[in-house]
Design a protein around this ligand. Structure first.
Ligand SMILES: Cc1ncc(COP(=O)(O)O)c(C=O)c1O
Length: 379
């Protein structure tokens, strides 16, 4: 028998995926399940992208340049002021972008700040690479934003991972907050990695972008969410000039390139704004349904979401009364009323047992039905 190396074996699960698996198993047994657990659009590839893919299927679609198709890199670079296409590399989803960023910027043993609550794969990818994720607990006091005081409390850091809008809260870092935290990082020599995957999905004005405040930040973005392409595994990074060659060499060796057909789809999807903006409007409407519906179910302590498609709710009144944590609470909801949601333990090791994340990416009718079931649920 071969054992996994200690470090790999110690990487924690991504509970949202485990919950999705449990929900799928119930459905396979004929149960009706309402999916508010996984953070992915329920819509297909945009129509323009489907057409482009069909038109390319008879072509070889072999490897592309490691850095990606030229027209796609150019179109992505055009989204930023003063960024040349050479600094843009197309990658196999934001997930590959994080690995490339961490390997480029850090050594095993380096301490990297990750916000709690935050997307768990930052922490778990760092662990898999032998780096040390340092939790930075944010909360309502700073509107879930990291501040220079948080950095001070975290001690010596080589890097900081920011996300705006954030998963699970959906809060956006305002321009002032972003300017302040990036300036503090600069002063302390802390490299900033900014996950901007949810930037297309905001209710109000466009979210502030890290490159407008820190020209040396490492940006990670993806076609997964706004462009409704999770399964196509395609995203991009914008990297400082000084590391373009390093990132490209890592990409050649680790991934060769992002999937060719997905790059074709991504290029066409960039023109599908009308179709995709309609999804964004639906996510906002769904979020309002869920917030109202949860209030009717007695769940009212909710992080202020400016974007993404999540509602992050404090459910301590339920977990305390029942003497269980939010993992057990979400399991009970799944099995007793067929509502799948994600425990906060994925996002926050310290306080997540009192929180649940609801994803509003699905259909409005499902949100209404799920909230009705939660309101009628008797523990
Ligand atoms: C904040 C955040 N970043 C990255 C990802 C993963 O993105 P990708 O599908 O592009 O790998 C997710 C997926 O849920 C996410 O929520």
């Amino acid at each position: 028998m071969i054992d996994a190396a200690l470090r790999a074996a110690a990487v924690p699960p991504f509970h949202a995926m485990a919950m999705a698996r449990e929900a799928a198993a119930l459905e396979a047994d004929g149960r009706h399940v309402l999916h508010l657990e996984v953070g992915q659009p329920s819509t297909p590839l945009p129509r323009l992208a489907r057409d482009a893919v069909r038109a390319h299927l008879d072509e070889p679609l072999g490897y592309t340049n490691a850095a990606g198709l030229h027209p796609l890199r150019h179109r992505i670079a055009d989204r930023y002021a003063g960024v040349s296409h050479e600094r843009v590399l197309v990658v196999a989803g934001a997930s590959a972008g994080f690995t490339l960023a961490f390997l480029t910027l850090f050594e095993p043993g380096d301490r990297i700040g990750v916000l709690e609550p935050g997307y768990p794969c930052y922490r778990n990818t760092l662990l898999a690479l032998g780096m040390v994720p340092v939790p930075i607990p944010v909360g309502p006091q700073s509107r879930w934003a990291p501040t220079p005081a948080h950095l001070e409390a975290a001690g010596d850091l080589r890097g900081l991972v920011l996300a705006s809008p954030s998963n699970p809260t959906g809060t956006v870092l305002g321009a002032d907050a972003l300017a302040e935290i990036t300036a503090a990082c600069r002063t302390r020599g802390i490299a900033v990695i900014a996950d901007e995957i949810y930037q297309g999905i905001v209710d109000g004005p466009a979210a502030a972008r890290v490159l407008d405040h820190d020209a040396n930040a490492f940006v990670v973005n993806s076609f997964s969410k706004y462009w409704s392409m999770t399964g196509w595994r395609v995203g991009w990074v914008v990297v400082p000039d000084s590391v373009v060659d390093t990132v490209e060499r890592l990409q050649q060796n680790l991934y060769i390139c992002a999937p060719h057909v997905s790059q074709v789809a991504a290029l066409a999807a960039l023109d599908a704004t009308d179709e995709l903006d309609a999804h964004v409007a639906r996510y906002a409407a769904n979020r309002a349904i869920v917030i109202d519906g949860l209030a009717a179910a007695g769940i009212t302590d909710i992080a202020p979401a400016d974007g993404a498609f999540y509602v992050y709710a404090h459910v301590a009144h339920l977990t305390t009364a029942l003497g269980i944590d939010s993992l057990e609470l979400t399991r009970r909801w799944l099995h007793e009323i067929g509502v799948a949601a994600t425990s906060g333990v994925d996002f926050d090791l310290a306080r997540g047992h009192e929180y649940v994340r609801f994803s509003c990416a699905g259909h409005g009718a499902d949100m209404v039905e799920a909230c009705g079931l939660l309101a009628g649920w008797t523990p």
